[in-house]
Design a protein around this ligand. Structure first.
Ligand SMILES: [Mn+2]
Length: 342
């Protein structure tokens, strides 16, 4: 059942941040919700969705959490009890009326979960990506929020639901992931105030942080050492990048999940303004690219020129039908133009 969702005309689409009260009121309307997030989900996507799942259950709703991907091992401080992969539910897909998405800038990013939707599915879109397409019938999008978890926090407040310890843990993981443990420039006073409130809920900070950060296996270290030895730079060190080939995973015994976070090391190079990381994906001729930037360099704009997007300082895109060398050359050309126009 492949549904063409692009041709639908949502009847009550709202632009801008969206009216939080109307959004929350509509959330009370339906009986059974499907919850999902972008493919290759990380802490913000998962923490936000799990918190929303709990919220909907407290409102007496039936829920199903479905993703294309397995629950990441590194998020073992969160509960995967409700997590199902598309393939696991293919035989008996849940009957739901509405879809709640968090941290997902456009509908294609949910991957094969899209096959579960039908033309009547009502979509609730919760996000903080500047590139969000407002594809929902109800959109609550706050690009100034550091994480989707911050946006979900607003929804709890609006519904006057005091957070349980588990919900607070979900939201802390969301916030901590997207702020780089409260280091990135998107971290605001509000992020810290929110964190303070979550800590007051009795979350186990040390355990959570160890779970999030002490994630290195020997094979991951071996992978990183290969990648470190191949860091390349251009434009007097202002551009830095690394290419990951499939054989790097095979030879080091590491996994795709182990590659998450590697790009941050490129940002630690003193001169770097824009870093990118090319990953040859498990699917043939598909290259996933992550970008990071410093100062006022905007990688959302760069990624958007390749039909990707994200945030000003962290974005991504996918090349299909290209070799990693071609993708590398095209991106470098684009970045060189960016530097020459300054
Ligand atoms: Mn996010």
């Amino acid at each position: 059942m492949e549904t063409d969702l692009k041709n639908r005309t949502p009847t009550h689409r709202r632009k801008g941040a969206g009216d939080l009260k109307a959004f929350c009121k509509a959330l009370k309307t339906y009986d059974h919700y499907l919850l999902s997030c972008h493919v290759a989900p990380e802490g913000d996507a998962i923490g936000s969705i799990l918190a929303m799942n709990s919220l909907l259950r407290r409102l007496g709703k039936k829920t199903s959490v479905v993703s294309e991907d397995p629950f990441p091992e590194r998020l073992s401080c969160l509960s995967s009890k409700y997590w199902k992969q598309v393939d696991q539910i293919r035989a008996a897909p849940p009957r739901f009326q509405a879809l709640v998405l968090a941290d997902c800038p456009n509908l294609d990013r949910i991957g094969r979960v899209k096959q579960l939707l039908n033309p009547d599915t009502v979509i609730f879109n919760i996000d903080h990506h500047i590139s969000n397409l407002y594809f929902g019938h109800y959109n609550y999008v706050r690009p100034e929020a550091a994480a989707s978890g911050e946006v979900v926090f607003d929804i709890f407040k609006s519904l006057r639901l005091a957070l349980t310890k588990e919900e607070a843990t979900n939201l802390y993981v969301a916030l901590s992931t997207d702020t780089g443990s409260f280091k990135y420039s998107n971290t605001s006073a509000r992020s810290h105030l929110m964190a303070a409130e979550l800590i007051r809920c009795g979350i186990r900070l040390e355990q959570i942080n160890e779970g999030l950060n002490a994630t290195y296996s020997l094979s991951k270290i071996n992978l990183y050492s290969r990648l470190f030895s191949r860091v390349r730079t251009a434009e007097n060190g202002r551009i830095a990048w690394v290419v990951l080939k499939r054989e790097d995973l095979r030879d080091s015994g590491a996994t795709y999940e182990d590659t998450e976070g590697f790009i941050d090391f490129l940002k630690y190079l003193r001169e770097v303004k824009i870093a990118f990381f090319l990953i040859e994906s498990s699917q043939d001729s598909e290259i996933r690219v992550s970008f990071r930037s410093k100062d006022d360099y905007d990688v959302n704009k760069i990624a958007a020129s390749f039909e990707g997007g994200g945030h000003k300082k962290a974005a991504g895109c996918t090349f299909r039908g290209a070799t990693v060398e071609e993708a590398e050359r095209i991106i470098l050309e684009r970045l060189r133009r960016e530097f020459s126009s300054r």
